[in-house]
Design a protein around this ligand. Structure first.
Ligand code: PLP
Length: 419
């Protein structure tokens, strides 16, 4: 194995990599000597595709030259701009086009979806969430409970067992078996932001539905990273952002999934605006509200084109590559990363992310015994960009579109020296 643990081997892997050319389609931040940073935080903010500027400039030009006529006359008419994004996004998450819409921002969408899908009664009102949920999701859930007159203590936590880091599906099963009559909603991070664990969405849906609980998934760390097959999973709804693995720029828009089985349900309560009103009569104004079918039935406002232009630039690249090919490289790259970390051979380092590639995306969460934030600082000083989570975890996401085997090799050799 000595041979694989070498720069020459890593460089050879890059030579054989069919996706290697995509790195050159991104702007990689550089140090003052002109060397590329080793960027491992595509799970937090994906890098900028070189084409993004062109796509945004096109819209600025169309706006300059056409004003309001751009809604019809722009190169990609603004009126229907979002529709092509919805189709491409649907492919990325394994959904039907009617099930997916790009709109709003992530936490906003979680709320809008809970307006429709969290329908508590006096006896069935609790919400299950994982104990390590992203804070925004936890706050959203607690505030929904309070909004309906319940307490934040009506959250049920799905926790790892004592001494363990990962969630066990059988523990969710026990929670739902025992307390399902009181549970209205499961809202679970499909790919945990902290541990990198990818959960079995289909199983979660089965467990939830066995006691008539609605099942919603936050896919912020899954979209563009794993292949979640949302339609087949049979979950009720999902939402994710586009600025992490989907490389669409800071604070960019979110997307939602609403399963086809709810697409034509006009009785679902929901908040309304002119853009979830039927597009045939939208501009007749003052018509009684007539909700759109499918995911577009949650889009309240007219689409922000400049942000959508960045999403369009990115999704076209994903569309060209395809998730299957991307995932294949991703498993290899992360597998190599894992191998190199194990080769450090230190008892102080533990990867808490699942070993099985089917139970993780590209991220590895590395626990370093007795480490503190100074380790992260030293990595950053070496232009290795990772994410630190208290008390002792470094989260690192080699992304298959722009990270290389050489990036991974260099990162681990510097980490080894710092330890
Ligand atoms: C990144 C992330 C968010 C961020 O929400 P915004 O509304 O986009 O600020 C929320 N939830 C999860 C699980 C995330 O990973």
């Amino acid at each position: 194995m000595q041979y694989q643990n070498s720069l020459a081997f890593a460089q050879q892997q890059d030579k054989e990599d069919q996706l290697a050319k995509y790195r050159n389609q991104f702007l990689i931040p550089k140090d003052k000597n002109g060397n590329d940073w080793l960027y491992f935080t595509g799970n937090s903010l994906g890098l900028q595709p070189k084409s993004t500027k062109e796509y945004i400039n096109q819209e600025l030009e169309d706006w300059a030259n056409l004003g309001v006529e751009g809604h019809f006359e722009a190169k990609t008419p603004w009126l229907h701009y979002h529709e092509s994004l919805n189709k491409k996004m649907a492919k990325i998450v394994g959904a039907k086009p009617i099930e997916v819409g790009v709109m709003n921002t992530l936490t906003t969408n979680l709320h809008l979806l809970m307006v429709s899908f969290y329908r508590p009664t006096k006896t069935k009102y609790k919400i299950v969430i994982e104990s390590d949920a992203f804070p925004s999701d936890r706050y959203a859930v607690e505030s929904q409970l309070k909004f309906h007159g319940f307490s934040k203590d009506d959250v049920i936590e799905w926790k790892p067992r004592k001494g363990e880091e990962l969630l066990r599906i059988e523990d969710l099963e026990t929670i739902v078996d025992k307390q399902g009559e009181e549970i209205a909603l499961l809202l679970i991070g499909g790919l945990n932001y902290y541990t990198g664990q990818y959960l079995d969405l289909k199983r979660i849906a089965e467990i939830g539905h066995s006691k008539k609980c609605v099942v919603g998934i936050d896919l912020a760390h899954g979209a563009g990273n794993i292949q979640p097959n949302l339609h087949d999973s049979n979950i009720d709804f999902a939402a994710w952002c586009t600025y992490k693995y989907l490389n669409s720029g800071p604070g960019s828009l979110s997307a939602i999934f609403v399963h086809e089985k709810h697409a034509k349900n006009k009785d679902l309560p929901r908040f309304a605006g002119w853009w979830n009103h039927n597009k045939e009569t939208r501009f007749n104004m003052r018509m009684p509200f007539d909700v759109m079918d499918g995911a577009e039935g949650w889009q309240l406002s007219n689409p922000p084109i400049l942000s959508m232009a960045a999403i369009k630039a990115s999704l076209e690249m994903f569309d060209e590559v395809g998730m299957e090919v991307l995932r294949e490289k991703s498993e290899k790259l992360t597998g190599y990363f894992e191998f190199l970390i194990q080769e450090i051979g230190s008892d102080d380092i533990k990867i808490i992310t699942p070993k099985n590639p089917k139970e993780r995306g590209c991220q590895l969460s590395i626990q370093v015994k007795n480490a503190d934030k100074s380790l992260h600082k030293k990595l950053t000083e070496n232009h290795i960009i990772t994410d630190w989570r208290e008390p002792d975890v470094i989260r690192c996401a080699p992304t298959p579109l722009y990270n290389t085997f050489e990036d991974v090799y260099r990162m681990v050799s510097i980490l080894k020296d710092l330890l």
